[in-house]
Each structure stands twice: as structure tokens, then as C-alpha cells.
Design a protein around this ligand. Structure first.
Ligand SMILES: [Zn+2]
Ligand SMILES: [Zn+2]
Length: 368
């Protein structure tokens, strides 16, 4: 049960159910229906969801590629909202605070967390995967004091939704793993939400970017965000990973210094690795799940050219202030990455479409 302010000061209403998008079977129908409001964890919060992004990870979860999901399930993990209920163990947060949260909710106490690496927490929970997610009016979040991130004044929930997953993931992938110096070449394979974020962040850091995507709208968006070169795999010979990589190496004077697979297919991962110059850094951001989990990467090239391979898995809450400061300064503009804003009733169709090639650029965000 949650008590919510309804029609003006002092008027509240008790809610025991809420609207949510639910699936009962992997790959089965996605249905908008009434479900119980989640229970508030003792050291967590319940957030009223104001906006939630539609991400390819949600599509993987729906398809059954994530073994942490139990059925029936509410997807959704990149959210911004307003704290509606606070557990007794939470010290730093109050009802009414505007927040977002990394898609990995860290425990704050394991060895990874104590080392500052909450994004790979040993006891992590993930709304939309290990528990009910944010394609709903309310979502429960664990360990509020560890994970909540206060939204800057004036930032809309629609803009903030991507900060919990795609934008923050791209930020860490570029600044921690790819770490280009000014003038270095960064290749970005796959220019959906996370890829376009990576283009914007790399360009803001002074890197030169070559963007690769099969969709013309995505290539145009990447160019608008500062990519110097935009490659269509279909225009690289017969479009094999080797031919795409050769085009990247030709465009970058011998290979990118760093390369990000923002899509997560064996072909894009291989093209990303082969498009590097010697001692280059490959960053795997797109999820390789299900049949793609054991993609065969060219490890002969990794050894012979001393390439570095990184996985990137979101960003811990304590790393957000540096990113938010660059957003506040106008250096990074996540609001430009929002392509389409829809209602919760349209979320099922938008989620199902994440498995197909998109004809429009940017992120789809559900506003509640
Ligand atoms: Zn996501
Ligand atoms: Zn932990």
C-alpha cells in the first residue's frame, strides 16, 4: 500500500495496485494491467516512475536471454522518478526527492562495492531483471543510500531516464575503458541509444569518431553529434566483419585507438576488435546473450597486436557527479538523444520492436 498525493495539498489516496506492463512467458504477450504496488525494502525506497527508457536489454529479458528473470515479470530498468516511500533504514532520502538509479543496484557492502566498483556488485539487484521493473507506475529499489542519484534541478524525467543505463554506460565505456586522448580515433559500432551517447561523449572529449550502423537515420544522427565518418556495413564490400573493420582502419589511418561494440552481435564485436590499431582497446557494451554469448572473437589478433578487451556494465552511483557536472555545463546533452516519447500503453509494442532494425534514431522513452 502506498499513500500518494492526489488532488492538491493535503489530499492523499491509498494505492494498493498500479498499472504495469507484464509478460507471463518469455517471448509471449506484453500486457498492460493492474498489479500490486511493490513492497518497500527496509533499506530501500519505492519510486513513482515518471519516465522509463525502452532498452534492448529489456528485449533480451523478454526473449528469455537473461536467466535472472522469474515469471510473471515487469520489465524496465532505466528510470527517473520521485521517491514515494522510504524504508526505515534509509537515511539520505525523503518522499518527493527526484531521483534516478544505476540499472545495477549495488549492495554497498561486498568486496566489489568496498573497492568502489558497485557496477559489478557481488550481490546486485536489477529492477526489470532480478525483480519487477519500471514499466509500471511504481518500482521498488534496494539499498537507497547506496544507489539513488539526485537529479539536477531543471532536468526533465524524460532526459534523466537514460542516465540509469544507456547514457551512463556509454559515459563509463568512453571515459574509463576506451579513454581516448584528444585527437584519438574511436569507432562506435551500433548507433542506437548507447552508441549515439558514446559518439557524443567521445566527441566532447576531443576524440575523432567513426560511427558504424546499418540504418541511415542512425548514421545521420551520429554525424550530427560530431562523428567525422559514418559507415554503412552494406557499403563495405559484402558487409562481413572483416570488410567493415578494413573500412574502419582505412578511415582512421590504420585503425581506431579504441572501439566500442554498442550493439552486441558476434559480427559487430568481431568488426570492432579487427578495426583497432596495435595496442587498441575494444569495449564490449552491447550484451552478447543467448546464442551470441560465446561469440568467437579473433584472439590471434588480440595477442599479436596486444589489444585490450573490456566489458562495461553500467556505472556506480558514486561516479555520477562528474557526469552530471558535464551535463550541467552543457558539454554533454542527453536530452538530444531522446528520439520518441510514448505512453505506457505504447510500451509493449516499443519493447517488442527493439529486436528489429529501427528506422528512427535515438532513444524511445515512456513518460507516465
Ligand atoms: Zn538499458
Ligand atoms: Zn556489492
Amino acid at each position: 500500500m502506498i499513500t500518494e498525493q492526489a488532488a492538491g495539498p493535503g489530499v492523499t489516496t491509498d494505492r494498493s495496485t498500479m498499472r504495469a506492463v507484464v509478460f507471463e512467458q518469455f517471448g509471449g504477450p506484453l500486457v498492460l494491467r493492474e498489479v500490486p504496488v511493490p513492497t518497500c525494502p527496509s533499506d530501500g525506497v519505492v519510486v513513482r516512475v515518471d519516465a522509463t527508457g525502452v532498452c534492448r536489454s529489456d528485449w533480451h529479458g523478454w526473449q528469455g536471454h537473461d536467466d535472472g528473470i522469474t515469471l510473471p515479470h515487469v520489465p524496465g530498468h532505466e528510470l527517473a522518478g520521485t521517491v514515494a516511500q522510504v524504508g526505515p533504514g534509509v537515511l539520505r532520502w525523503r518522499v518527493g526527492d527526484a531521483v534516478t538509479v544505476p540499472f545495477v543496484c549495488a549492495c554497498g557492502a561486498c568486496a566489489a562495492c568496498l573497492a568502489g566498483e558497485g557496477q559489478v556488485c557481488e550481490r546486485q539487484t536489477q529492477p526489470g531483471f532480478t525483480q519487477a521493473g519500471s514499466f509500471a507506475e511504481f518500482v521498488a529499489l534496494d539499498h537507497g543510500d547506496v544507489n539513488l542519484v539526485r537529479l539536477p534541478a531543471g532536468m526533465s524525467a524524460v532526459t534523466a531516464a537514460s542516465l540509469g543505463c544507456r547514457f551512463a554506460t556509454a559515459y563509463r565505456a568512453v571515459t574509463v575503458h576506451a579513454r581516448p586522448r584528444a585527437g584519438d580515433w574511436v569507432a562506435v559500432h551500433g548507433c542506437g541509444g548507447v552508441g549515439l551517447s558514446a559518439v557524443m561523449i567521445a566527441v566532447a572529449g576531443g576524440a575523432r569518431v567513426v560511427a558504424v550502423d546499418v540504418a541511415a537515420a542512425a548514421r545521420e544522427a551520429a554525424t550530427a553529434f560530431g562523428a567525422e565518418v559514418a559507415l554503412d556495413p552494406a557499403g563495405c564490400g559484402s558487409g562481413t566483419p572483416e570488410e567493415v573493420a578494413a573500412a574502419v582502419r582505412a578511415a582512421t589511418g590504420g585503425g581506431a585507438h579504441a572501439s566500442i561494440d554498442a550493439l552486441g552481435l558476434p559480427a559487430t564485436a568481431i568488426a570492432s576488435v579487427l578495426g583497432l590499431r596495435r595496442r587498441g582497446r575494444h569495449v564490449q557494451v552491447g550484451l552478447l546473450l543467448g546464442p551470441a554469448a560465446r561469440a568467437g572473437l579473433p584472439m590471434d589478433r588480440v595477442v599479436g597486436w596486444e589489444l585490450e578487451l573490456y566489458g562495461s556494465h553500467g556505472m556506480a552511483a558514486h561516479e555520477y557527479p562528474a557526469m552530471l557536472a558535464r551535463i550541467a555545463a552543457g558539454e554533454l546533452r542527453p536530452e538530444l538523444l531522446v528520439g520518441r516519447v510514448i505512453g505506457l500503453a505504447e510500451a509493449p509494442a516499443a519493447l517488442a520492436a527493439m529486436g528489429e532494425r529501427s528506422e528512427s534514431a535515438g532513444m524511445t522513452v515512456v513518460a507516465l
